[in-house]
Design a protein around this ligand. Structure first.
Ligand SMILES: [Zn+2]
Length: 310
């Protein structure tokens, strides 16, 4: 799955090559690619024809193009292997070409959705203005702002973290708290912040949260910078599956390799049907809560760390 930086690279490509352009035709070559558009392929094409794409938008890993038809937008699902490409008009079709969008000015190429595994696709949605959250396609109206969003509310995020009885990596992957942080970037940011993935969020101080968010932004910006070299070519996308950023990862995928900070072999642990990579020395697991009997002869324990004055 492409993560936020990869999706942002695609967004910038669309912004440059598709936004503002008038659509003359849409050819749906595989019905699966528009299956999320329940009115069907013919309706999808008819509602795009004659319209113009507005500025490309992104929230977390979601990407959409508003139309000049007010309140209507095209949401792109990249899935596992989806790519959005700008190709010169008349260039040979890709083997897995699913949707072709032809523009009124063919000199700028045509937009193609190519998807080998057809888990992705395009669909039309209403774009809603959600209070405190901005304009969003209706189906993703619950998705929180991402850490690269200038309007991301750090204070509210910290308060929400402290309130949740959860662990830090689970919280980072909760799209209703913070969007766009996937498994890879969570492991990278936690390694940089020297935080174990099972650390309870209730134990994070405000400076710790600020530091963690700073690392998340740094990791994402580094990935964006690495992908930035192809912006000027006519080739819009990348499918984030393997990615240009892989060789500079510090934690993810580095089981048994030495920690780049202390040399200790990195570990991998199964985590929610995925894996967590961490350094056992730099990111020690949270200590189990110490308990002591409340009073002799009485059942029950008391949590020492919560004792007033501690
Ligand atoms: Zn280490």
């Amino acid at each position: 799955m492409p993560e936020l930086p990869e999706v942002e690279v695609v967004r910038r490509g669309l912004e440059r090559w598709a936004s503002g352009r008038a659509i003359t035709d849409v050819e749906v070559r595989h019905p699966r690619a528009v299956r999320r558009h329940t009115a069907g392929a013919a309706d999808f094409a008819a509602r795009l024809r004659g319209h113009r794409f507005g500025p490309a938008r992104r929230r977390g890993k979601y990407l959409w193009l508003p139309l000049d038809d007010p309140g209507v937008c095209v949401l792109a699902h990249l899935g596992m292997s989806g790519q959005l490409l700008i190709q010169p008009a008349g260039a040979p079709d890709e083997r897995h070409l699913r949707i072709r969008v032809t523009f009124a000015d063919p000199a700028g190429g045509e937009l193609r959705f190519v998807d080998q595994r057809t888990f992705g696709g395009l669909s039309l949605h209403r774009e809603l203005v959600v209070p405190d959250s901005g304009a969003l396609p209706d189906v993703i109206a619950h998705i929180a702002r991402d850490p690269l969003d200038p309007l991301f509310d750090e204070r509210a995020f910290h308060t929400a973290l402290r309130r949740r009885r959860t662990t830090v990596k689970r919280a980072l992957l909760d799209q209703s708290l913070i969007s766009g942080v996937g498994n890879i970037y969570a492991d990278e940011a936690l390694w940089r912040a020297r935080l174990h993935y099972e650390r309870p969020t209730a134990s994070l101080t405000r400076p710790r949260t600020t530091e963690l968010l700073g690392h998340i932004r740094d990791v994402m910006n580094a990935a964006l910078a690495a992908g930035g070299t192809s912006f000027d070519s006519l080739y819009v996308n990348v499918n984030g599956e393997s990615g240009y950023f892989e060789r500079s990862l510090d934690a993810y995928g580095r089981e048994d390799e030495p920690c780049r900070r202390c040399g200790t072999p990195m570990r991998r642990r199964p985590w929610m049907n995925r894996s967590s990579y961490y350094c056992p020395r730099c990111q020690p697991p949270p200590r189990p809560r110490r308990t002591v009997p409340v009073a002799p002869g009485k059942a029950g324990t008391r949590n020492v760390s919560r004792r007033p004055g501690k």
